[in-house]
Every structure is written in C-alpha cells, then in structure tokens.
Design a protein around this ligand. Structure first.
Ligand code: FPP
Length: 253
C-alpha cells in the first residue's frame, strides 16, 4: 500500500505562507508516550498501541515538514526499554521495518533524510539492516531530517563522550584547554545538528526519561495529556503555536 504524502517541501512552504511560519521551531524533539495506555483503554494488547503509534509517526513527519520544521527527533526506544517483556521488545524492534517497508518510497520522494541517534549497533540484525538501507537511500536528501532515537540513553551518550575525550587527550589529539561546549557537543550522537527548539511529551508525564539531557539545556518544553496514538496535526499545531508565543531568553533579559 502506498501512502500519498501531500507534503510541501520546506523551500516551497517558506515562499507560500510566511506569516504562519514566523518563529517556527527548526528542531522538534518528541517523547512519544502513552501507546500502552491507549491500547488498555480499548481492551487491546499494548502492541496495538505501538502499531497505532507508527501510523501517527507517518502523519507527524508530514505535518512537521509542512510546518517548516527542519529536524524531527523521535524517542523511539530508550536504553531502559529493554526492561519490558521480551514479546513487547521484539514487537517494537520490528516497527522500523514495518514503517520503512511501507513509507520509505514516500520519504525519498519527499526529500526526507533518515538518521538515528543511539547504540544502533546493539539492535537485532534485521532492524539494523533496514535502517542502514534507509539511511543510505536518503543520505543525499536535504529536506526534513527524521532522526530516530533508537536504543538511546543520554547518560550513556555523555559518558561515552567523556571517555572518548579522555582517550583523545591521552593520545594528544586534543588538549584539556581546547575542551569547551562546542567541542564536547561534537562527541555526542547529535554532532552537527542544532539543539531542539521545542520538546513535546505526550500522555501527561512531565519528565525527560534520559532523553537529550545536554541538548535540551535551552529548549522550550510542551506537555500534553493526549496519548501518542491520538496525537495529530491539530495537537502538533497547538504545540507550535504556543512555542511561537514564547520568549526565549537563554538566560538573558
Ligand atoms: C511509549 O509508550 C512508546 C514506546 C516506548 C515505543 C514508541 C514507539 C512508537 C511510537 C512507534 C515507533 C515508530 C517507528 C516508526 C519505529 P508506552 O508503551 O510507554 O505507553 P504507556 O506509558 O502508556 O505504557
């Protein structure tokens, strides 16, 4: 089944509706929470919520692109999610393939580039394979960057950065004096991409759950009670609109 994505690429959008696009966030990060509760409310197994969550990912990629978002980072699987029952973990691991088997052609057609942050190497072989294939196929696209956080944990990321910096200092590739915030950022998975402007978390929970602890230092947070499978264009627009009204001061006045 092929989905027709009627989305407009960022450049076209800029020219058509500039007034709606003032102060839109370049980078939106989302903690997609509430799949399990959504399913439970309907008497369905938790995996039904995850499957519905995939459909919403597809819709939100389109919506983000239409709202001039340049980078969309989605918390898909955390390093702590391995604690879930094996059957649920196995199911979630199949979702990238399910998503890409259906939607990769549309992502390509719409100039979306796919990338990941996290320890992708530790994922099952088939999951890695399909992700690598999609990364290769989309690597020259310069529209929306769709960034899946997969087997991602922020404390681990920071620890790894520290270890690598120490190794580089030890090997005289770096001096202690040279280490500053910019250099440190280059040792994170997110090297080369701007920090999120807006963080959205669904399902009423108000915590970071080990997501982008360094990168969210000056990010605007927006929480909603809406469960991820019910998240839609309208909810996304509401988040963007509220972001547009915020005054970001970065510690200044
Ligand atoms: C959190 O809800 C959701 C997850 C841990 C899995 C997220 C995965 C998706 C939304 C689909 C991934 C999509 C692609 C394209 C790979 P929860 O299970 O913690 O919900 P609960 O808090 O209500 O139990």
């Amino acid at each position: 089944m092929s989905m027709k994505l009627p989305f407009i690429n960022n450049k076209q959008k800029k020219e058509t509706q500039p007034s709606d696009l003032e102060n839109t966030p370049d980078h939106v990060a989302i903690i997609m929470d509430g799949n399990g509760r959504w399913a439970k409310k309907r008497g369905l197994p938790r995996i039904a919520g995850h499957r519905e969550g995939v459909r919403v990912v597809k819709d939100i990629v389109k919506t983000a692109s239409n709202h001039n978002v340049q980078i969309l980072t989605l918390y898909t699987f955390s390093t702590e999610n391995w604690k879930r029952p094996k059957s649920e973990v196995d199911f979630i691991m199949k979702l990238p393939k399910e998503f890409l088997d259906v939607y990769l052609p549309e992502l390509i057609e719409n100039n979306v580039r796919l990338d990941t942050i996290g320890e992708v190497e530790a994922l099952p072989k088939d999951t890695k394979k399909v992700i690598q294939y999609a990364k290769d196929k989309t690597k020259n696209n310069d529209g929306l960057l769709l960034n899946f956080a997969l087997n991602y944990g922020s404390r681990f990321e920071i620890m790894q950065a520290i270890k690598q910096i120490m190794t580089d200092i030890d090997g005289s590739k770096l001096s202690v004096e040279a280490v500053d915030e910019e250099i440190f950022s280059k040792y994170l998975y997110t090297q080369g991409i701007s920090d999120p402007d807006l963080l959205i978390r669904t399902s009423g929970e108000q915590r970071l759950s080990n997501f982008l602890l360094w990168q969210l230092a000056y990010t605007e947070f927006w929480f909603t009670d809406v469960l991820w499978p019910d998240f839609n264009e309208e909810t996304f627009q509401q988040a963007i609109h509220e972001y547009q009204l915020r005054k970001r001061r970065y510690g200044g006045i």
